[in-house]
Design a protein around this ligand. Structure first.
Ligand code: SF4
Length: 360
């Protein structure tokens, strides 16, 4: 099978992602994504995500919210829909923001999302349509950081619930890190009490490195967190999932190391997609590789369920025709192995009873 070179792809898409100090932001209302969660669309270009869509969590006491009650998996994982396998869909950024800034994680659960158009991978499970990930200017609009923050402030003012987090997502924002610098500086200059959460697909340090002087005082700030999403637990799975050449699997670890070396409050996502054969072994080797970066990094992993959103279905079908179907492995198998068998082999119960942000 032919896999592509993501470095070349990054060069091409990046040239369309920035123009005169403005960034190409996805037009959500023409992306199929607007059908995923229609009530969370704020305008043609901006949406929010509720990181904790869970009634029990919202009505719990603050003590319970920080207790192990909401950690890990429900007991009957084999008989519930995949979306209910984890007690909380995602801990972060709500917990990481509250842990670092003080307060209640529920004050940080409504997350204003800036979705840059453009990505250097072509994941078979991605919920963003391919024509957006190639950074097609006709499917977005260029915004300056000032315009984005101004839209955020007006959405925050209208919001009934607290809106205290801005997430820069994509696509892959770390191939246009200028947006991180500009948005962060805008937050700082306006003296806003906001937590900034940044997504990366960890494909390369090239653009981060070229801006390292501007970024060096941003990633170690209290109000900044970064999540790196690893694709696959071995190079063969990586290429099937992303379409990228297998040697780029290792780049993800190098990029994660780059963030860690800069004192970043760094987290990991791992989609629950592992191709058949040796699943437990693949996950165990992945744990060992993360431990080489930091002995506690596996405890900062959140395994993600992959949902068949309308946008994702288009990519499932397209990738299948290219010979890169999704794994047939039940995602529950990955959850069960990771949380119930593999992590307990490496870590104490005390460590397993902590939220990712509480892990040093
Ligand atoms: S899942 Fe993320 S890394 Fe993969 S193609 Fe989509 S935006 Fe890019």
């Amino acid at each position: 099978m032919n896999f592509f070179n993501p470095s070349k792809r990054a060069e091409i898409v990046r040239s369309r992602m920035i123009k005169n100090g403005k960034y190409l932001i996805t037009k959500i209302t023409s992306s199929v994504q607007e059908t995923n969660v229609p009530h969370k669309i704020l305008s043609d270009y901006f949406r929010y995500k509720d990181y904790m869509d869970n009634k029990e969590w919202f009505s719990a006491s603050l003590k319970e919210v920080w207790s192990p009650k909401f950690l890990g998996l429900v007991e009957n994982i084999w008989s519930v829909p995949i979306r209910q396998v984890k007690k909380l869909e995602l801990q972060n950024p709500s917990y990481s923001a509250a842990y670092r800034l003080g307060g209640d994680p529920r004050e940080y659960s409504k997350v204003f999302t800036i979705q840059v158009s453009g990505c250097d991978f072509d994941c078979n499970y991605c919920y963003v349509p391919k024509q957006i990930n190639v950074a097609n200017p006709e499917l977005g609009r260029y915004f300056s950081a000032k315009e984005m923050i101004s839209f955020f402030l007006s959405a925050k003012q209208k919001s009934k619930e607290p809106m205290n987090v801005i997430r820069i997502s994509g696509g892959n924002p770390t191939i246009v890190p200028e947006i991180i610098v500009d948005v962060y500086n805008e937050i700082k200059n306006q003296n806003l009490d906001v937590y900034l959460w940044i997504d990366s697909n960890l494909s390369t340090v090239k653009y981060l490195e070229s801006l390292k002087d501007n970024l060096k005082d941003i990633f170690n700030q209290k109000n900044v967190g970064v999540v790196g999403c690893f694709k696959g637990t071995c190079k063969e799975d990586f290429s099937l999932l992303t379409g990228a050449e297998p040697e780029y699997y290792q780049r993800q670890f190098e990029t994660a190391k780059w963030f860690l070396q800069r004192g970043t409050d760094f987290y990991v996502y791992l989609p629950a997609l592992v191709y058949k054969n040796n699943i437990e072994e693949k996950l165990s080797i992945f744990v060992e590789k993360l431990k080489e970066l930091d002995k506690n990094l596996p405890l900062r992993v959140e395994v993600l369920e992959i949902i068949d959103y309308p946008g994702a279905k288009l990519n499932f079908e397209r990738a299948e025709k290219l010979g890169r179907p999704l794994p047939k492995t039940d995602q529950r198998t990955v959850f069960d192995l990771w949380y119930n068998r593999i992590l307990p082999k490496f870590y104490s119960k005390e460590d397993l009873n902590k939220y990712c942000c509480e892990i040093a």
